[in-house]
Write a protein that binds this ligand. Sequence first.
Ligand code: PA5
Length: 503
Amino acid sequence: MEGLKLIDIGENETIKEQVRRGLKEQQPFESEDFKAANEISLDLTYMFDTPDEGSIRRKDVENLIPGIIKAHKMLKNDEGDIYDRGICMTGWQTLPLEITAEHLDEIRSVTGELSGEIDAFVSLGIGGSYLGVEATFRALTHQYFNQLTREQRGGAPEIYFLGNNMDPDYFRDTLDMLEGKRIAINVISKSGTTTETAIAFRIIQKLLEKNWGGRANRMILATTDKAKGALRKLADRKGYRSFIIPDNIGGRFSVLTDVGLVGLAMAGIDIEEFVAGFKNMQDIALRDDFWKNPALVHAGLRHAAWLKGKKIEVVATNAVSLYGVARWMEQLFPESEGHEGHGLWVSPSLYSEKLHANGQAVQEGERNILETFLLLLEHDNRIQIPATDDDLDGLNFLADRDLDMGFINRKVVEGPAYAHFQGGVPNMIVEIPKRNAYNLGQFYYMMERSVAISGYLLGHNPFIQPGVEAYKQAMFALIGKPGYDDIARSMEKNLKRIKRIRV
Ligand code: PA5
C-alpha cells in the first residue's frame, strides 16, 4: 500500500510561517494596520451576575478601583513591598524600552552562528528559567517541530528542553533523540544552584566533553547572573559564551530577558517582533483609566473573584499552541500570589479535552471556580469538514454551510463560557487575535503587570518565592548536599516525630 497523501488538505500555514521567518521576512509589526489587527481584548460578558450566591457584581470591582489605581501608581514609582534582598524587583517594568537593537543583534549573531554548526539545541532550566521560553516556542511553532525537515523548520535546529524534572526515564529518552547529532545547549539558572538544572547540566556537559574535548565549551551557552553564583563562576572559568539574567528581574518575569530571547532566536522566532509586543502593551498598561487598561481590569476581576471566595482559576484554551502559555500562567500567578494563605490556584486546561473530564466539575462541582479563557481568534490553518453520503452523524450541515474546524473550535470556548456562567462560574475571555510573537509579548506584559498589582491588593510581595526556596533547601538536605547539615538534622528530628503510615 502507498503512504497517505494529504489530498485536498492544503499546505500547512504554520510551516510556511516558519520558512518565512527563516528567510528573515519580518511581519510589519510597526505598522498601524498590523497593530489594529493585533489588539488583545478582554470579553467580560460572563463575568458579572452569575445566577448563584457567590456572584461577582460590577459594583464589587468598582469598589476596588481606588485601591487598584493607588497600586498602579506605586508600581510605576517602584514603591511598596517589592524588594528581594535589598533589590527592587521591578526591572521587567521598563525592560521593553531598555532592550537595544545591538543586544538583539548580538543574540542573533551567536545563535545564527551556532545554529549552522548543530542539529539540535537543548535548553536546560526549570520554573522561570524554562516555562516562558517553552511556552513561546510551542505557541509559535509546529507541534511536531523536531520531526520536520530543517527547511520546514525555517533552518532552525531541533529544539529540546531538559532540567525541568528529575525523571531518569524522560532524561534517557531525550538522550536517545540526541544521539548521533551535533548539539549545543543553553543552561539557564539565575541562582546557578537549582538541583534539577544543575544535574541535567552535569550529565550533558560530561557527554559533550567526552565527545568533543575542549571544543565542547563552544557548544555551551550559559544564561545566569552577571556576577554571582556557581554557574557564573563556571562559565567564566571555562570560557562559555554567556548571557545575563538581570538582578532586578525574577525568574517568572524573565521571558523577555536573555532567558527567553536566546532560545527563541535559536528557534527562528523574531525576537524584535516579540519585544515590539511587550512595548505596545507597556504603553497600554501604563494608562491611568481603569477600564481602558486591560492589565488593571484583569487584576481587579481576579481580586474581586478571590474576595468572593473563588479558590481556583481554570485557565482554559482552545488552542493546543497556547496550552504552554496557560502553564506559564500557572507559574506566574501562584508563585507570586500564593503566600500567607492567599491566592488563586491556577489550573491550566486544554479544551475540548478537559470538557470531557473535569469539565463536569466546572459546570456542577463546588462553586469556588473562576475561569479565564485564552481564546485564539484566528488559527494558522483552515480545515474544511467534508460531507458524507449517508450523513449518519448529522454533521453535513457544517459542510453545507462551509463552516471549518476553526469555527467550531471557537465555540469550544463560547459554549462553555455560556454554560459555565449559567452554572455559577464567572468567566472572562482573553481574546488573542493570532499566533505571533507580537501577541505573545503583549500578553506576557499584561499578565506581569496584573500579577504585580495583585501583590499590592493582597498585601504582600509578589516578587519573592520563599515557598519555592523552602523546597529547594529541603531537597538539598535530603540528598545530603554539604552545607545543609543543619537543615538535614532538623528534618531528621521532625521526621522522627512524624508517624509513617503505609497501607
Ligand atoms: O520565578 C522564580 O524565581 C523561580 O521559578 C525560578 O525561576 C526557578 O526556581 C529557577 O531558578 P533558577 O533560575 O535560579 O535556577
